[in-house]
Every structure is written in C-alpha cells, then in structure tokens.
Design a protein around this ligand. Structure first.
Ligand code: CP3
Length: 363
C-alpha cells in the first residue's frame, strides 16, 4: 500500500516508498528500500542559487519572508535530490522574542548585543512571545504544500544548552567561560534560563509541527564543550524534557551535537528517536554506544567533500558498510556543509548513497 499519512503513529509498511516516508520511516527504525540522505546546511552559501537570493536580502530577511525561506529550502533540496528538506531558518531566531537583539556580522557569525550575564538578565527574558516566530511556520506550510509526501520536511530548533551559550557568550565561543561561570556559580539562574528556553522552544516546535514538519531536529551544536558530569548536571534534563514534549506532538526527534563521543550514551537517554553522529568515531562504534533502540544520522566529515572522487567514494561506502543495512540509518554529514564546498561533490554523494548495494560493497 502507498503511505498516506506520516508521523510517529501512522506509518504502515509501504511498497511504493516516497522519499518523505523513507526518511520518516528510517527515523523510526522501520525498514526502507534504501538509505535516506540529506545534508546539514544543505541550503547555504556554497550554492549559487542561495548566493543570488542573498545578494538582495540579509539572512534574517530571508528567514522572515516565508516566500523566500520556502524558495531557498525547496531549491536546495531539489537541486541535490535528497530525501528531506530542512526549513531555512536560523538557530538564533527565538532570541528575538525573548528580548535579545542580535545580528549576523560578515565573517564573524552571530553577535548578541546585550548578552545574558546575571540572574537579573535571566529574569528579564520573556517567554510569552513565541508566537512571533509564526513566520517560520508559514514557510514550513509552503514547503510541505510543495512537496506533499514526496520529501520529508524537517523543522528545527537549538537545544537549551547551545542557545543558552549564545545568549551568554554573545556569539560563538572557544572556551565558554561566561556560560560555565553562570552555570557553576548561579545554578538557580541557570535552571531558570533553561526553563525559559524550554518554554519558548516547545511553543516554537509546536508551531512547526502544526504547520507540517514531519520531524524536528534539535541542534545541540556546542554541547561537546561539556564533560559528561557537567552535561548530566547542567544540560541533559532540559534537553530530555524538550525531546519528550516534541515527541508527544506526534513527530520523531533527531538530537544532534558535535564532538559528542563522550556524551553519546547520555544523549541517547533523552529518548530522542535519532542521534546525530559526528565523524570523529566510526558510525558503527557511535551506534553501538547510542544503542540499537535509536536510529542514527551521519557521519561524513564535511571536508571530505573537498577530496578527490575515489577518496570521497571510499568514505561514503565505509559509512554505509558500517551501518550494514540496519534499519534506522540516515546518511548525512557529521556537521554542516562549509561555504567553499563544490556542489557537484554533494550531488555525487547523493548518487553514491542512492546506488549503494550492500551486496556489492567490498573492501
Ligand atoms: O539548509 C540549512 O541547513 C540552512 C538553514 C540553517 C541556517 N542556520 C541558515 C544559516 C540552519 C539549519 C542553521 C542552524 C544553525 N545556525 C546552527 C546549527 C547548525 C550547526 O552548524 O551546528 C548554528 C550553530 C547556527 C548559528 C549560526 N548561523 C552561525 C554560527 C552562523 C555563521 C556561520 C558562518 O559560516 O558565517 C550562522 C549564519 C547562517 N545561518 C548562514 C546560513 C545559511 C550563513 C550566513 C549567511 O547566509 O549570511
């Protein structure tokens, strides 16, 4: 039978698998005809079409105009021939309705103008305006209407720890000194900050799911800055709460982080359906640590996309062999595509994943 509805509860065995179902089924560890594939940061500056749109609009403008955000999302997914489209937005958007202004400075990444440093700053953050982010939901509606069941639509948000680190550091960071200082010195303010983030992110994800997101990815991009004890003590509980609340909305959750080799078991304990793996350990090792009760997503080093075709192919096959055809692998990078990446190499990886047959894979 042809799959009509998606979501956690509504997937039946499918003979004719559409890409959207292939992706959602893999998130739920159900058998699929081939490994689904998409890329972190698949819509971005490495793509001419995106650069053309960016000539006329800032990043935040694109995010806030559903027509443009949908166009950028759709163009990238179609050009690559992937199984899922991640909505074009940014991790930092929820900061604005919470009362923090930020901007993207060329070459510097995001800059938060008045970072959160004290308990008083935490108290001033608002949690009642998540509805201002409805522009993201409108963009998702457009993307979902365009693809119907042909492709999976991924909504996303930052994890509480990673967003807190942006709020406190005021941007990217090397050592997370301010973040860890607040966390260690004022655990009450820290918990209150994470609670506020969970409240806003819950409503933000609800908007995205209601608009038609099939899956939500939670980016804990900088969680690898924490040791296991600190992750357990200061970040895990808020992530777990967000994961479970989003799952209760009826969609699978992908929980992703970088440099997480020491945290994988604990990240899996959030109960996320899929755990994102970076490239620093082989996929099968990472999967063993996550446990077979979870699907995994990954884990090609994004810089392999600069390697000659034979090396690239070797690495792609290595990952597919490590997954061994088990239900619940979604092919992806270990982190986002970087701006200088040749588009044709990304397309070549899609072709390799599509054509891979475990039986033919030797050496
Ligand atoms: O297809 C896609 O994935 C694009 C949608 C997307 C963007 N940001 C648009 C964007 C997604 C999923 C994000 C998530 C995001 N944003 C993360 C988590 C992903 C990760 O890499 O771990 C993070 C940490 C951010 C914060 C952020 N936004 C940074 C650090 C930067 C600067 C990076 C740089 O190289 O300059 C951004 C800017 C940004 N967000 C760009 C895009 C396409 C590039 C800048 C631009 O177009 O001006």
């Amino acid at each position: 039978m042809v799959v009509m509805k998606r979501g956690r509860e509504s997937i039946d065995a499918a003979e004719t698998i559409l890409a959207g179902s292939r992706f959602v089924r893999a998130c739920l560890r159900k058998p699929v005809d081939r490994t689904p594939v998409w890329f972190l940061r698949q819509a971005g500056r490495y793509m001419q079409e995106y650069r053309d749109v960016r000539k006329h609009h800032t990043l935040v403008e694109i995010c806030k105009k559903p027509e443009l955000a949908a166009e950028v999302t759709i163009t990238a997914a179609e050009k690559l021939g992937v199984d899922a489209a991640i909505i074009f937005a940014d991790l930092l958007l929820p900061l604005e309705p919470m009362g923090l202004d930020f901007e993207f400075q060329a070459g510097e990444g995001p800059v938060v103008h008045k970072p959160v440093r004290t308990a008083e700053d935490v108290r001033a953050l608002r949690t009642d305006r998540a509805g201002d982010l409805a522009y993201v939901a409108l963009a998702i509606e457009k993307v979902a209407a365009h693809f119907r069941d042909r492709l999976g639509v991924i909504g996303f948000c930052g994890a509480p720890y990673t967003l807190a680190s942006y709020m406190i550091e005021g941007g990217g960071s090397r050592n997370y000194i301010h973040t860890k200082q607040l966390m260690y010195r004022d655990p009450i303010a820290w918990i209150s900050l994470l609670d506020k983030l969970v409240a806003v992110l819950t409503e933000y994800c609800r908007l995205q799911v209601q608009a038609g997101a099939d899956v939500i990815q939670i980016f804990d991009s900088w969680v690898g800055s924490l040791g296991l004890s600190d992750y357990r003590a200061y970040a895990f509980e808020a992530s777990k709460r967000l994961v479970r609340t989003v799952q209760a909305m009826g969609v699978p959750v992908i929980y992703f982080g970088v440099e997480t080799a020491g945290l994988l078991e604990q990240m899996a304990a959030t109960g996320a359906d899929v755990i994102g793996l970076d490239w620093r350990q082989p996929l099968d090792e990472g999967w063993r640590r996550v446990g077979d009760g979870h699907a995994v997503q990954g884990n090609l080093d994004p810089i392999t996309l600069f390697a000659p075709p034979d090396v690239l192919e070797q690495r792609v096959k290595e990952i597919l062999r490590a997954a061994g055809g088990r239900a619940g692998h979604i092919f992806n990078l270990g982190h986002g595509i970087v701006p200088e990446t040749p588009v044709e190499n990304v397309q070549a990886v899609v072709k390799m994943v599509r054509e891979f047959r475990l039986e033919d894979a030797h050496g």
